[in-house]
Design a protein around this ligand. Sequence first.
Ligand code: G3H
Length: 541
Amino acid sequence: MTNLQEKITAIFPETSQIPEQFQIQPLHQREYLVGGEMRQWAGATQDVYSPIFVKNGDKFESILIGSYPITDEAEAMEALDAAMRAYDNGRGEWPTMSLIERITCMENFLKKMLEKKTEIVNLLMYEIGKSLADSIKEFDRTIEYIYDTIDCLKDIDRNSSRFKIEQGIIGQIRRSPLGVVLCMGPFNYPLNETFCTLIPAIIMGNTILFKPPKHGTLLHYPLLKAFQECFPKGVVNTIYGRGANVVPPLMQTGKINVLTLIGSSKVANDLKKMHPKLNRLRAVLGLDAKNAGIILKNADVELAVKECILGSLSFNGQRCTAIKIIWVHRSIAKKFLNRFTEELEKLKFGMPWESGVNLTPLPEPNKPTYLAECIADAKANGADVINEGGGTTINSFVYPAVLYPVNEKMKVYSEEQFGPIVPVVPFDDVEEPIQYIINSSHGQQVSIFGTNPDQIAHLIDPLVNQVSRVNINAQCQRGPDTFPFTGRKDSAEGTLSVEDALRAFSIRTVVATKDTDANKKIFNEIVEEHSSHFLSTKYVF
Ligand code: G3H
């Protein structure tokens, strides 16, 4: 065994060595939420194994942290019926409720969610191997997102609380819900990214079918009661089980009004095509990405290394916004790679609860094999693993591999590795990475590292028409959440941000009349009597 293998093996503890506050009791979920009822499930269940292995004698075993129902098509259809009943063609309690009442429901939910913080953070660590610090960050960022969403909605509403008079027409323009939303989130941000679509969809007055991600299901269980207690029955309904069994039948009914999915473009494409009336379906999608870092000849190498380490290896490279390929000018490639590998070696690896840990076990059981294939393929096509021990795999942990020089024959050149592999391509002419981005099927973000304002300006102009965010001397990232987050080509459909998400899950609707005395009298009476929630000049503070 090499020194590194020994060190990696040593990160997996014996059960007794896990600090007491991070010990986990298996959570066997047998309930699911439909039509405001917690239903008991007596059918098949899915065991959930953690990426955290523990040492048992000479062996390592993955910890069984719980199980959840594998519900089927019948339960999915029941959930759909419940969501449709709650929406009731837009006449249900929730879609017609006043905004202030909907906000009050959401604030209650927020309070109950805060009570579950410790439990959810612990489950985040155990289900997806996210470090304690990042799990706390994910929880807190989600709470902040909900507060910001409420504030933003109040702002939107205040701006809609007045009448417009144009060309003899009086109108009031507000946003209305769209109907039944099918919401599916990703495993890498199972709470945050799911809630960044779920919460705006709910608060805009839609009713929801919520399918938690495959890895990251249990952590939603502590919130089911809060969903049940805080919203009218049928507003939030949960779906479990195999996506391939339960989601297609739902889409084929044509009764889903919005599909929101953070996942793969292939799945999104396939699902959309199943809807019999595509014009009735809105899609809000966050999909694949292969963001490039471009390090120019005159770049500040120290800064580029720092940002590229964060960009490519935070949460083991499992971020949709991760830098997944680095283009470096040949003249500084050696210097960059030396410093990059030096900094990589300083990254602490270990169990998620360890303080300062950067690299942790991977939640997808097949990922180590896939990453090994990528490395073997790159080697067969002329690249080396240039950092010592790169790719070393013990149980669910894969030590990052820096591959150089990468070329177009290799999988890692075009495939989204979504893991701890850093492909680096040398270039002589900046036109090479530009052509790469043009020909890529992805178009989320890019990071440019350089010091010459003229050269940077000449790159910004073509690249803003290829991707949706150009980062200068900074890693790619989603935040701040008030900035628009989207992508071109196969990377996204629709835009998310605190405000954009509220727009994505609603439609502008107008109540209008001709500017006559009789009509004005009717409008005035409705407003004075507060007899409509829509036609109203009431301010929400
Ligand atoms: O996986 C995609 C996430 O939305 C990325 O968010 O850039 O803040 O890590 P982040």
